[in-house]
Design a protein around this ligand. Structure first.
Ligand SMILES: Cc1cc2nc3c(=O)[nH]c(=O)nc-3n(C[C@H](O)[C@H](O)[C@H](O)COP(=O)(O)OP(=O)(O)OC[C@H]3O[C@@H](n4cnc5c(N)ncnc54)[C@H](O)[C@@H]3O)c2cc1C
Length: 161
């Protein structure tokens, strides 16, 4: 198991965004070698996957192993740097919405209206954020569908305010 995350003990996996299930079940069921601070840099093969190369991010040491199957767990880090200054972000870069917005987040020109933000509304009026990118969300398909369906009604509401 390869992780780009910090080289601290198992709990640091939470910082990478991996769920407890995704960490503890494979570790309990299999004999695993965990390579932290390591990233996959190439997949090689003629027709099918034959080998994987990875590199330690601290030492730069690269290693190639004969491996025929890869499961890639990516997407746990929000790519929101470009939103800085537009909407309020939490310390990990997820977008704060609704009741999670502190007074500080709203005490700026971006929030010029009297009312508090609606559910899923960001620190900028009429701009909403749902699911994975949203601070505190469940980060599952079912909740993404649910939040998406709820926010449609809220968009209608702000458009008629
Ligand atoms: C490896 C992996 C395994 C998972 N397994 C499960 C599972 O078994 N069960 C489960 O319930 N959930 C699982 N999840 C979580 C689930 O996939 C997410 O919670 C869900 O897809 C979130 O939906 P979303 O609409 O918020 O985001 P996404 O599905 O990520 O959709 C966001 C969309 O926005 C697009 N986008 C990004 N930036 C921009 C931009 N600047 N402009 C325009 N478009 C943009 C992206 O291309 C993407 O299409 C897994 C996630 C990962 C990464």
């Amino acid at each position: 198991m390869v992780s780009r995350g910090k080289p601290s003990p198992a709990l640091s996996w939470h910082a990478t965004g991996l769920s407890t299930w995704a960490i503890t079940v494979p570790i309990a069921m299999c004999s695993l070698t965990i390579l932290r601070r390591t990233e996959v840099i190439s997949l090689e093969g003629a027709g099918n996957l034959e080998s994987v190369m990875w590199r330690n991010r601290d030492t730069g040491d690269a290693e190639t192993r004969t491996i025929r199957h890869v499961f890639s767990m990516t997407g746990a880090n929000p790519n929101t740097a470009w939103l800085e200054g537009c909407v309020a972000l939490d310390s990990r870069g997820f977008i704060k919405t609704g009741a999670d917005l502190a007074a500080d987040d709203l005490d700026r020109p971006g929030w010029p209206v009297e009312r508090r933000p609606y559910l899923f509304e960001t620190g900028t009026p009429r701009v909403f954020a749902v699911e994975d990118i949203r601070s505190g969300s469940v980060k599952r398909v079912a909740s993404a569908v649910g939040e998406g369906s709820v926010v449609v009604q809220l968009v209608h509401r702000v458009l008629t305010d």
